[in-house]
Design a protein around this ligand. Structure first.
Ligand SMILES: [Cu+2]
Length: 135
């Protein structure tokens, strides 16, 4: 009896495994958010090359440990699905991060390669640039 029950359940078990391993966009959309912490310092982003997966929900945690800085990535934010409650923190692709604070943004990125910089005068020229790669 027990063996018969297992045999009957096998197709369903295989189907469940295939769904989990498939990596389909719909499966990713239901995934738990992944936190990416980025430190803004004088004059750098850490990390400066941010890697993300398209369709995966993220929490961007932007912490400023230096002068007034911003996290500016207009094309990245325009393409991403930004949580409604966080949209007001982004103005023309610029997220202002006052010194000593952390700004949190929930979003799901779209595939692409995007430029990142701080638009405060002289900051990008001093190396405060980076990239966001969503694949
Ligand atoms: Cu800056």
């Amino acid at each position: 009896m027990k063996r018969l029950a297992l045999t009957a359940a096998l197709p369903f078990l295989l189907a469940a495994c295939a769904t989990t391993d498939g990596g389909a966009p719909q499966a990713a959309a239901a995934a738990a958010p992944v936190t990416i912490a980025v430190t803004l310092d004088n004059f750098s982003f850490g990390p400066s090359d941010i890697q993300m997966t398209a369709g995966q929900p993220y929490v961007l945690e932007l912490t400023n440990v230096g002068f007034p800085h911003d996290f500016t990535a207009p094309e990245f934010f325009a393409a991403a699905d930004v949580a409604a409650e966080d949209a007001g923190k982004i103005s023309n692709g610029v997220v202002d991060v006052p010194p000593g604070t952390t700004v949190t943004i929930h979003l799901t990125p779209a595939a692409g390669s995007y430029d990142l910089l701080c638009v405060r005068p002289g900051h990008a020229d001093n190396g405060m640039t980076g990239s966001i790669t969503v694949s």
